[in-house]
Design a protein around this ligand. Structure first.
Ligand code: ADP
Ligand code: ADP
Length: 228
């Protein structure tokens, strides 16, 4: 469902951030994208979102070559991907409910759909009782669960999580991982860039390791570092 074919990304000034990447990511995959700072993880994510285009190669997502879609159709492409960030990026003057509903208003969902869908996803992330709270009234883990609810409320086929546990204590980080794994089990592909070694080692999911813009390892049940 995601396929990268001979993908190379060279930024202006000649920085080669990704070099000849060939990958297939299946619908049911939960991917940990690991590698040192500067390895190309953010660039990889930007290419999936079409925030950047590759210098060479093709990126096929849900049967469509995203390097060939017109500017006009980029918003539709982005709707198929939910994104969660390390720093949550919630709207501070909106409640939990409004933050999630806003993502549906942007795509002009009907108020009937919004009234049905928002409570459903708040239930999925365990925040039904916080619907009327504002972000500053929530813990870090709760804020991240709001941002996950917002990311999935429009039923994306792919969820990208960029260091989603980076600002959380270990116990809270595990709660977030359970939510992400549950979303994956319901049929959403998850691509998570992370430096959280312990999480990657315990979860035993597919690990794609980048170094200097190349895939140096792609393991079905991988660890953070290479093990035998
Ligand atoms: P990571 O997310 O793994 O830290 P990045 O994708 O951010 O890696 O960076 C990969 C390489 O591309 C690095 O050498 C970085 O300096 C370079 N890079 C990233 N963004 C840009 C940009 N907009 N212009 C030029 N070079 C960039
Ligand atoms: P499962 O996929 O078996 O239902 P979960 O989704 O609950 O498991 O968690 C995913 C993985 O994370 C499992 O391997 C589980 O053992 C591990 N895990 C969950 N919570 C913790 C925790 N608090 N500390 C360490 N590992 C944990």
């Amino acid at each position: 469902m995601i396929e990268l074919q001979n993908v190379t990304k060279t930024y202006l000034k000649g920085v080669q951030a990704l070099t000849n990447i060939n990958l297939k990511i299946e619908k049911e995959d939960f991917i940990f994208l690991v590698g040192p700072s500067g390895a190309g993880k953010s660039t990889f994510i930007k290419l999936l979102l079409k925030e950047e285009d590759p210098t060479e190669g093709n990126i096929i997502i849900n049967g469509q070559d995203v390097t060939k879609i017109s500017r006009r159709k980029i918003p539709y492409h982005r709707r198929s991907i939910g994104v969660v960030f390390q720093d949550f990026r919630l709207l501070p003057n909106k409640t939990v409910y409004e933050n999630v509903a806003f993502a549906m208003q942007i795509i002009e969902a009907s108020s009937k759909e919004i009234r049905r869908q928002v409570p459903m996803v708040l239930g999925m992330v365990g925040l039904s009782d916080k619907a009327s709270s504002y972000p500053h009234q929530l813990s870090g883990g709760e804020r991240q669960r709001v941002s996950i609810a917002r990311a999935i409320v429009n039923n994306p086929s792919i969820l990208i999580a960029d260091e989603p546990t980076g600002n959380l204590d270990p116990e809270t980080a595990w709660e977030i991982m359970k939510v992400l794994k549950q979303i994956n089990r319901r049929g959403t592909t998850v691509v998570m860039a992370t430096h959280a070694r312990d999480i990657v080692d315990v979860m035993q999911q597919r690990v794609i390791a980048l170094e200097k813009g190349r895939v140096v390892r792609d393991q079905q049940r991988g660890a953070y570092d290479y093990e035998g």
